[in-house]
Design a protein around this ligand. Sequence first.
Ligand SMILES: Nc1ncnc2c1ncn2[C@@H]1O[C@H](COP(=O)(O)OP(=O)(O)OP(=O)(O)O)[C@@H](O)[C@H]1O
Ligand SMILES: [Mg+2]
Length: 238
Amino acid sequence: MATNTTEAIVANQPAQSEFALEARDITKSLPLGRERIDILKGISIGVRHGEFVAIVGPSGSGKSTLLGIIAGLDVPTTGQVLIDGIDITKMSEGQLASVRNSKIGMVYQAFNLIPTLTAQENVEIPLYVGKHPGLPSVNAKEMLTLVGLAHRLGNRPNQLSGGEQQRVAIARALVTRPALIIMDEPTGNLDKTNGDNVLNMIRGLQQQTGTTFIIATHDPNVASSAQRSIRIEDGRVA
Ligand SMILES: Nc1ncnc2c1ncn2[C@@H]1O[C@H](COP(=O)(O)OP(=O)(O)OP(=O)(O)O)[C@@H](O)[C@H]1O
Ligand SMILES: [Mg+2]
């Protein structure tokens, strides 16, 4: 049964739920020395298909922790995450990996590029997992060109500036054309021009392809472009 539902989402079936993403009463606590700290204290959010939602709030409030959980990279202590109506917190690691590859694009706050690979190779990686139309090298080049890095295809991360690494990470998240894109501070290291380029790409994709965006940001330009902002304060929705 679980396998069938996974196949249904992987095969890009019509929407099963009005929500692209639903988080239900998410808590996260972690051990810190002998104590446990409560990082998320019961967060419930629903994001509809095609929505662009900003997650805002002070540093340390729990935004990155929440994004990691809704992207299926981390498990909540309690609560459920539903991607298009399907509970990913009950999936096996293999099923989850497949859903992440086909449905979710993630941009991490710390980029997470593979240091030994070039920019182009980093962007190609997700295309070698699962089934994706076209040639990985062609798609990767196209996406890197879109983020203004056509002249840096062969550079490794340590040969790129912070903003350039961020743009490689964005290209890698978008290259599989996922239905749900989760970004953690995507413009944090970018100058005005590149920040505007990324924002325009987000708006274009949202309008042309109905992609759903959930973006944690301190950038007022990004937050004001979103249709809705959800404010997190001290592990709760404010
Ligand atoms: N592995 C961990 N162990 C213990 N505490 C952690 C761990 N990861 C995060 N925290 C704590 O959880 C809280 C929330 O962190 P998180 O990274 O989610 O915040 P954030 O809202 O993304 O902040 P920022 O805006 O600075 O990126 C912080 O107080 C942080 O110190
Ligand atoms: Mg963060």
